[in-house]
Design a protein around this ligand. Structure first.
Ligand code: B12
Ligand code: SF4
Length: 481
C-alpha cells in the first residue's frame, strides 16, 4: 500500500499487530483533521476483529473520512463489505495502480473516472455495486521498491525480523502475485483467475542483499502463493543466494516441484531451502478432481514426492483439506477416515514431513461446480458484515468449524482429535521450543493412541500442548521470538 502512493500522497502506517491498542493511534491521527482516507488490508479471521469495528467507528466519529479496504476478505466478500455502509471502496487484488488512481480521482472530485479504474469495486450514485474490470498483472520488476526506510520511522524494521526455526532473523517476503492454477477451494482463484507473475531472481536478490547488509538476516519466508512456479527463477535465485548462509522457505505445488530433478532439489537445499509448504489436499484422486486441483497430482505422486524430498533433505510441509462434500453422510466420513490413514502412510514414508490439516471452508468461486454443490447442500455466507466476527463465523474463517451442513459434529471431532494425537506424536519442528524431554514426553504419551487409532478425548495431549503453549503454524505462522 505504501509503495503504491509513496512520493505521491502523504500517509502514515498503523500496524495492528504491533500496537497495543491500534484504535487509540488511529483516533489520534484522525483527530488532527489532517487525514482524509483510511485504508485497511483485510484478511479473513482475526483481522476482522479490528477491521470491522474500527472502520465502523471511523465512519461514526469522523464521517468525512473515506474508507478503502483491500486484501483477500474484501476482494472475495465485496458485497457484504460495501452493503455495510461504512466501507466505501474495495481494491480487488493488487492495488499498485488502483490505489493512487482512486485517490487522484477523489482528490480532483472526478467521480466519472471511477468506472474506468481497474481492480476497483464501489457503489455508484444509485447504490448499485460496480465491479470494474481486472487489470492484467503488472511486470513485478517495474513496481516501486517498498518504502522500508519510511516504515522504519513508525515501527523499527528489525522488529519484523523474527527468530524462527529457520534462523535468528527471518525476513517475510512476497516475490510474486497470483497462481496459475484454479483449485476450486482456494481464495486466490477468484482474484487472480489463474494468472501469475513474479519478480526476477535478481530483483529479489537485491532486496535480500539490502536486508543482509543492513540487518544481517539469515532466513527468508516467501509468502507467495506459488513461489516455485518458475523453475528457472527458483534455480537462478538459489545460485545467487548460495554463499550467503541464508535459509529459505516457500509455498509450492507437488506436481510442479516434482518436475525438478534430484540435482536441482539438492542445489536448492544447498542454497538454503529447508522446508517447502505444499498443498497435498487429499490422497484420493477422485477428490483431487472434485477440488479441481488441476495439474498432474495424484495420491501416488504425493508418496513418491515425500520420499524424494527426504533424499534431498528438504522438509515437505503438506497441507490437507478434509471434509469435502459427498453424496451421502457415510461417504463424507469414509473419505475423512481414508485421508487420516493416508496421512499416516505419508508419515511412515517420511517421518519428517510436516502435516497441516484444514477443514474445508467454502470460498465463493462463482460458477465453479464445487460452489454449486455447496449452495445446493444449503450453505450460505453471512448477509451482514458484523456477522463475520461472531464466534461461529470466526471459527469458519480459521477453518476450525466450517459450518458446512454435510460435516457432522462427530466428523469434526474425529479430525480434530486425530490432529491433536498427530501433533503429540509428531510435534511440528517449526515450534522449536518443543524439543528434548518435552518432545519425548509428548511422543510417549501419544504413541498408543497414534498406533492403535484410538483418538477419542485426547485431553492429556491437549493439556501438554496448552502447558507448553504449542503453536500450530497454520493459525499464527511459525513460532517466533
Ligand atoms: C502470510 C499469510 C498468513 C500469515 C499472516 C501474517 C500476518 N500477520 O500478516 C499467517 C500464517 C498468520 C496466516 C494465517 C491465516 N491465514 Co493466511 N495467508 C498468508 C499469505 C501466505 C500471504 C498474505 C500476504 O501477506 N500477502 C502479501 C500481500 C502484499 O498481498 P495481499 O494481502 O494480497 O495484498 C495485496 C492486495 O490485496 C492489495 N491490498 C491488500 N490490502 C489492501 C488495502 C488497501 C487499502 C489497498 C489499497 C490495497 C490492498 O495490495 C497488496 C499488494 O498488491 C496468504 C496467501 C498469499 N500468498 O497471499 C494467505 C491467506 C491470505 N491466508 C488465508 C487464511 C485462510 C488464513 C487463516 C484464516 C488460516 C487458518 N486456518 O487459521 C489464518 C488467519 C489469519 C489471521 N490470524 O488473521 C487465506 C485466505 C482465504 C480466504 N478465504 O480469503 C490465504 C489467501 C491463503 C489461501 N490460499 O487460502 N496467513
Ligand atoms: S495451487 Fe495453491 S495457491 Fe494455486 S489455486 Fe491451488 S491451492 Fe490456490
Amino acid at each position: 500500500m505504501g509503495a503504491s502512493i509513496h512520493g505521491k500522497f502523504e500517509y502514515v502506517f498503523v500496524d495492528g499487530n504491533l500496537e497495543k491498542n491500534p484504535w487509540v493511534t488511529i483516533e489520534c491521527y484522525l483527530k488532527t483533521g489532517e487525514y482524509k482516507y483510511f485504508g485497511s488490508t483485510v484478511m479473513p479471521g482475526p483481522q476482522l476483529r479490528q477491521a470491522i469495528p474500527f472502520t465502523k467507528k471511523i465512519k461514526e466519529l469522523f464521517p468525512e473520512t473515506i474508507t478503502v479496504w483491500g486484501g483477500y476478505f474484501a476482494s472475495n466478500q465485496y458485497n457484504v463489505c460495501l452493503q455495510s455502509g461504512y466501507v466505501d471502496y474495495i481494491i480487488n487484488g493488487p492495488g499498485d495502480n488502483t490505489f493512487p488512481e482512486l485517490l487522484k480521482a477523489l482528490e480532483s472530485n472526478n467521480l466519472e473516472q471511477l468506472p474506468s479504474i481497474k481492480n476497483l469495486i464501489f457503489k455508484n450514485e444509485d447504490g448499485q455495486i460496480i465491479k470494474n474490470c481486472v487489470e492484467a498483472l503488472l511486470d513485478q520488476d517495474t513496481l516501486p521498491k517498498f518504502p522500508y526506510e519510511y516504515l522504519n520511522t513508525f515501527y523499527p524494521v528489525r522488529n519484523y525480523l523474527a527468530k524462527t526455526f529457520m534462523g535468528n532473523k527471518t525476513l517475510s517476503y512476497h516475490s510474486s502475485m497470483g497462481c496459475p492454477f484454479s483449485c476450486s477451494f482456494c481464495a486466490v482463484v477468484p482474484i487472480y483467475n489463474a494468472k501469475w507473475k513474479g519478480m526476477s531472481a535478481n530483483r529479489i536478490y537485491e532486496d535480500v542483499k539490502y536486508f543482509k547488509s543492513n540487518y544481517n538476516i539469515d532466513a527468508i519466508e516467501f509468502h507467495d502463493n506459488n513461489f516455485f512456479t518458475s523453475k528457472k527463477r527458483v534455480l537462478e535465485f538459489s545460485e545467487l543466494i548460495i554463499n550467503d548462509n541464508i535459509s529459505y522457505w516457500g509455498e509450492g505445488r507437488i506436481d510442479t516441484i516434482n518436475m525438478y530433478s534430484d540435482e536441482e532439489l539438492k542445489l536448492m537445499r544447498k542454497a538454503g531451502c529447508k522446508m517447502i509448504f505444499l498443498g497435498a489436499e487429499t490422497g484420493n484422486d477422485a477428490v483431487l478432481k472434485q477440488m479441481n486441483k488441476g495439474g498432474t497430482q495424484t495420491g501416488q505422486m504425493i508418496k513418491d514426492f515425500v520420499l524424494r524430498m527426504k533424499n534431498a533433505d528438504i522438509v515437505p510441509e503438506l497441507s490437507f483439506v478434509l471434509g469435502m462434500p459427498a453424496p451421502t453422510e457415510k461417504e463424507v466420513y469414509d473419505q475423512i477416515l481414508w485421508d487420516i490413514n493416508f496421512i499416516k502412510e505419508i508419515k511412515t514414508i517420511n517421518p519428517n514431513a510436516e502435516i497441516i490439516i484444514y477443514l474445508f471452508s467454502p470460498v465463493p468461486t462463482e460458477g465453479s461446480e464445487l460452489y454449486q454443490q455447496i449452495l445446493e447442500a444449503g450453505f450460505h455466507f453471512p448477509e451482514q458484515l458484523e456477522d463475520w466476527i461472531s464466534p461461529s463465523w470466526e471459527n469458519f474463517d480459521l477453518r476450525k468449524n466450517p459450518l458446512t451442513p454435510w460435516l457432522k459434529p462427530y466428523m469434526i471431532d474425529t479430525i480434530k482429535n486425530f490432529e491433536t494425537v498427530l501433533n503429540g506424536y509428531y510435534p511440528t519442528a517449526s515450534d522449536f521450543r518443543i524439543k528434548g524431554y518435552k518432545k519425548t514426553i509428548l511422543k510417549t504419551i501419544s504413541s498408543v493412541r497414534y498406533k492403535t487409532g484410538f483418538y477419542h478425548f485426547p485431553y492429556e495431549i491437549k493439556a501438554l500442548h496448552k502447558l507448553w503453549k504449542y503453536r500450530q503454524p497454520e493459525i499464527e505462522g511459525f513460532y517466533s521470538e
